[in-house]
Design a protein around this ligand. Structure first.
Ligand SMILES: Cc1ncc(C[n+]2csc(CCOP(=O)(O)OP(=O)(O)O)c2C)c(N)n1
Ligand SMILES: [Mg+2]
Length: 560
C-alpha cells in the first residue's frame, strides 16, 4: 500500500462509503483532512457556523441514507456543532461528526481548545470515540459508518488528533460498509394478518428512519389494497403520498383532534417505523403506558425501541423497507369491515387541510385595507405551484403548524424538518438538499426568529450557488413562546417580541434576491419571481401577528 497521511486515509475511507459531500468550518486542527479534500472529488461545503454545517450533515444523512459528514475543530467547533448531533439522534439520522483534536502528546493537559470529545458526546451520540493510531483509522471509520447506519441509525462523533492526521501510514482501506438492515420472519407476517383479520378499527402509524421511494410505494400499495387508514408520525409526512385515499394526516405538535381521537378509538395500531415518542403519542396520552388498550404491532429497526415503553402484541425488529416489501408479497386482508372508518379518517383529513378564505376563520383581522399574507393561503399556493419532487424544509416555531397542516407532500424525501424541534435547521437543510438534488426546487419555510439563527448561511448559498427559496414568516415575535406565555401569563410579554432587520435588504447584501410581500394577493407572483431568480431568493412574508396559530388569535388566547 502506498504511503498516505492519516487525513488522506480518512477521506479515502469516506469516499469508499459513497459519501460524496462534506460540510465544514475549517480549523487548524484538521488541515491534513482539508488538504486531502483539495483535489476533490468529494464536494466540500465551507459554512459560516458549525451549527449550520452539522444541520446540513443531518439533512444529507436523511436524504441519502449515508452518513452526513461534518468536519469541525476541537472545543469551539465541536460544541457549536452539538445541536446537529442531538437532532440526528432524535431523528435517527446517520451522521458523522469529525472533530480535529489536540495532538496526542498534549492530550489531557487541557491544551488550547482541548475537549474530551467522547465524554461530552458519549451520552448524546450513538457512539463517540477518539483515534489513537493512524494505522487503525480504517477500522475506526468503518465501525463509525457501520454504527451510524445499522439498526436504528444515528450520529457518531470521532475526535481525530492533529498528529494522527499528519502522520503517514501504509495501512490499506477497510471494505465499504454494508449497513445491517434487520428483516422480517414469515411467522410475523402471518400473525399480522391474523391480527388484522380480527380488527374492526385498524390504524397504521408510519414514520421513523430508513424510508425510500420503494418503501413509500409499498406502503401505498398495502394500505390501499386493504383500505387501511394511515396516520404518519411527527414530521414523517412524506412517507405516503398525501393524495392517497389511505392518508389520514399527521400526529404532530398540532395534530388534527379528530385524528388523535381516532388513535384512541382504534382497536389495532400497526406502527411501521416510528418510535412512538412524546409528540406522536400526544405526550404519551393516546396510548397507555406500558400496556396500550389498542392491540399494538410495532415495527422498528432498533431493538432497543421495541417494548421500551409500550408492550406490543407483536414486535417486529425490522427496517421499514424489508418489512413493507414482505407485507406487499402476502395477499391483502379484505378491508370491508373498516371501509367506512377509513373513509371517515380521510374525510376528516380533507376538511382539516382546506385553507380558510384569506384573513383567517374569524373576524379579528386588521380592519380595512389590504389583507396581510395569510399563511394557509400561501401554503395552498405553494402546494399547487411546486412540482411533486420539490423539497420543503422548516425548523421550529408556530409557523411550522401551517406547513404541517396545509402543505401536501407527494413524494418520499420531500420533507426536511427536525424531529427534535430545533430552530436553525431550515436554511442549512435546504442548502444540503440542493447539494444532494441540484435540479430539484428547494424551499425553506422559516420563522423570523428561526431564520436569524442561521441567516449567515445565505453567504454559503450564494458562494456555492445553492439556489434555494427562503420564505421568512415574519410575525415580529418568537411566536411559539409568546403563545405559551400568553396562556400562562396573559398580557405579560417578556423576551418574545422581535425587532427585525430589513430581511430583503439583508438578503441583497449577501448577494441573494430579496423582496417583501406585504399583501396576500402579491404572494403568487412574488413566489414565481423567487423561483425564477437564478440565485438564492428570500421573500419576507409579512403575516398578521394576531394569528398566533392556525385558527387561534392572540386576543382569543388572552380571553381564555
Ligand atoms: C435552538 C432552539 N432554541 C430555542 C427553542 C425554543 N423555541 C421554540 S419555537 C421558538 C420561537 C420560534 O420563533 P419563530 O421562528 O419566529 O417562529 P414563530 O413561532 O413566530 O412562528 C423558540 C424560541 C428551540 N426550539 N430551539
Ligand atoms: Mg416569528
Amino acid at each position: 500500500m502506498r504511503e498516505r497521511t492519516g487525513g488522506q486515509v480518512v477521506v479515502d475511507q469516506l469516499r469508499a462509503d459513497r459519501i460524496d459531500a462534506a460540510f465544514c468550518v475549517p480549523g487548524e486542527s484538521f488541515l491534513a483532512v482539508l488538504d486531502a479534500l483539495h483535489n476533490g472529488p468529494t464536494r466540500l461545503i465551507a459554512c459560516r457556523h458549525e451549527a449550520a454545517a452539522a444541520n446540513m450533515a443531518v439533512a444529507y444523512g436523511k436524504l441519502t441514507g449515508r452518513p452526513g459528514v461534518c468536519l469541525v475543530t476541537r472545543g469551539p467547533g465541536a460544541t457549536q456543532a452539538s445541536v446537529g448531533v442531538h437532532t440526528a439522534a432524535q431523528d435517527s439520522a446517520p451522521m458523522l461528526l469529525l472533530v480535529g483534536q489536540v495532538s496526542r502528546a498534549t492530550r489531557g493537559r487541557e491544551g488550547f481548545q482541548e475537549l474530551d470529545v467522547p465524554a461530552v458526546f458519549g451520552p448524546m451520540a450513538k457512539w463517540a470515540a477518539e483515534a489513537g493510531d493512524p494505522d487503525r483509522l480504517p477500522e475506526l471509520l468503518a465501525r463509525a459508518v457501520q454504527t451510524a447506519t445499522s439498526g436504528r441509525p444515528g450520529p457518531v462523533v470521532l475526535a481525530l488528533p492533529e498528529d494522527v492526521l499528519t502522520a503517514t501510514t501504509r495501512v490499506g482501506d477497510a471494505r465499504p460498509v454494508r449497513a445491517v438492515v434487520p428483516g422480517v420472519a414469515p411467522a410475523d407476517l402471518a400473525r399480522l394478518r391474523e391480527l388484522l383479520g380480527g380488527a374492526r378499527r385498524p390504524l397504521v402509524v408510519a414514520g421513523g428512519p430508513g424510508w425510500s421511494e420503494a418503501a413509500a410505494a409499498d406502503l401505498k400499495t398495502v394500505a390501499e389494497a386493504s383500505r387501511l387508514p394511515v396516520a404518519v408520525s411527527f414530521r414523517s409526512q412524506d412517507v405516503l403520498d398525501n393524495r392517497s385515499s389511505s392518508y389520514a394526516g399527521d400526529l404532530g405538535v398540532s395534530a388534527n383532534p379528530a385524528l388523535a381521537e381516532r388513535v384512541r378509538a382504534a382497536d389495532l395500531l400497526v406502527a411501521v417505523g416510528p418510535r412512538l415518542g412524546a409528540i406522536t403519542t400526544g405526550d404519551y396520552r393516546l396510548l397507555e403506558v406500558p400496556v396500550p388498550r389498542q392491540r399494538l404491532v410495532h415495527v422498528h429497526p432498533g431493538l432497543g425501541e421495541l417494548g421500551r415503553l409500550y408492550q406490543p402484541d407483536l414486535a417486529i425488529n425490522a427496517a421499514v423497507g424489508p418489512f413493507l416489501a414482505a407485507w406487499r408479497s402476502v395477499p391483502p386482508v379484505r378491508g370491508d369491515a373498516w371501509a367506512a372508518w377509513t373513509q371517515a379518517a380521510r374525510d376528516n383529513y380533507l376538511a382539516w387541510v382546506r385553507p380558510w378564505p384569506a384573513g383567517g376563520p374569524a373576524p379579528a383581522g386588521p380592519g380595512p385595507g389590504p389583507a396581510p399574507v395569510d399563511l394557509g393561503q400561501a401554503l395552498a399556493t405553494l402546494r399547487e405551484r411546486l412540482p411533486d419532487d420539490a423539497i420543503v424544509t422548516s425548523g421550529a416555531g408556530n409557523y411550522t403548524a401551517w406547513v404541517h397542516r396545509f402543505f401536501q407532500f407527494r413524494r418520499h424525501g420531500t420533507q426536511l424538518a427536525p424531529k427534535s424541534g430545533a430552530m436553525g435547521f431550515a436554511l442549512p437543510a435546504a442548502l444540503a438538499a440542493k447539494v444532494v438534488h441540484p435540479r430539484r426546487t428547494v424551499v425553506a419555510v422559516v420563522g423570523d426568529g428561526d431564520f436569524l439563527m442561521t441567516a449567515q448561511e445565505l453567504a454559503t448559498a450564494v458562494q456555492h450557488r445553492l439556489d434555494v427559496v427562503v420564505l421568512v414568516v415574519n410575525n415580529g415575535m418568537y411566536g411559539t413562546i409568546r403563545m405559551h406565555q400568553e396562556r400562562a401569563y396573559p398580557g405579560r410579554v417578556t423576551a418574545t417580541d422581535l425587532q427585525n432587520p430589513d430581511f430583503p435588504a439583508l438578503a441583497r447584501a449577501y448577494g441573494a434576491a430579496g423582496e417583501a410581500v406585504a399583501e396576500a394577493e402579491a404572494f403568487p407572483a412574488a413566489l414565481n419571481r423567487a423561483l425564477a431568480a437564478g440565485r438564492p431568493a428570500l421573500l419576507d412574508l409579512q403575516v398578521d401577528p394576531e394569528w398566533i396559530a392556525p385558527g387561534l388569535s392572540l386576543s382569543a388566547l388572552r380571553r381564555r
